[in-house]
Structures are given as structure tokens and as C-alpha cells.
Design a protein around this ligand. Structure first.
Ligand SMILES: [Zn+2]
Length: 129
């Protein structure tokens, strides 16, 4: 099934307040999507494991054994847009599992530009000597 055919089935996308599915969206929208999930997500996604942050997460097992499960985690950067939001957001999420789903940093495009500028300046300072 093509992307266009799947989206035709999602009634919420035909709402007059809905944002048209952007070209950058992975699509796959359905009429039964929970309102929270009525979002466009980018195909593009950047994932990496920050070296200076704890690369492993220790979770206590629920069996009362006192043992822990260990797993690694990463940061994910992608573009998303709520079905009624006028512009996309840049979202930076960790998949560490120690936060509720969807908790992370969500930036407007304007704020993302500020962060880009700040990171650029920080790199200049850090690399000068
Ligand atoms: Zn979409």
C-alpha cells in the first residue's frame, strides 16, 4: 500500500484544522491513531551514544532478586509535528527508559536555531587555544 493510500484512510488528516502530511513524514497514519499519536515523524533520524554520559542503564529486576538488568541507551534527534501544529519541532529524546515515553527536549525551529548557534559558539570556545 502506498503512503497516499494509507493517509486517505486517516479521517483526522481530512479535518480542516489538520496539517497536511509533510514530504518529510514517514506516513502510515490511520483513523484509529490515538490523539497523542496524531503526529508526523521524519524519516530522517540521527542516533548516537554520548560518550560522556553513562552509557549503561541499570534497572532493578522486578522479581525481587536484587539483581539488575543492564542495557545501553542512545540519544535520538528527529523532526515531528502534531497534526494541528503550524510548524514542526525538533525533538531530542533519550531511549534510556528512565523517563516516561515522550519526555525529552522539544524545540521550536527558532529555539533549534538558537541551540545550533550556541553549540557552534561552544565548539569555537572549546577548540580555541
Ligand atoms: Zn505524516
Amino acid at each position: 500500500m502506498t503512503k497516499a493510500k494509507r493517509e486517505k484512510a486517516a479521517k483526522w488528516l481530512r479535518d480542516s484544522a489538520a496539517v497536511r502530511c509533510p514530504d518529510w513524514c514517514v506516513g502510515g497514519h490511520r483513523t484509529g491513531d490515538h490523539p497523542v499519536d496524531r503526529r508526523h515523524f521524519s524519516r530522517w533520524e540521527y542516533q548516537f551514544r554520548p560518550v560522556l554520559m553513562a552509557p549503561k542503564i541499570f534497572r532493578p529486576r522486578k522479581d525481587g532478586s536484587g539483581l539488575h538488568d543492564v542495557s545501553s541507551w542512545k540519544l535520538e534527534v528527529y523532526v515531528a509535528q502534531g497534526w494541528q501544529q503550524f510548524e514542526p519541532r525538533i525533538e531530542i529524546m533519550s531511549d534510556s527508559g528512565d523517563k516516561p515515553i515522550g519526555e525529552g527536549i522539544k524545540l521550536t525551529l527558532r529555539d533549534a536555531r538558537k541551540l545550533r548557534a550556541a553549540l557552534g559558539k561552544a565548539l569555537e570556545v572549546a577548540q580555541s587555544s
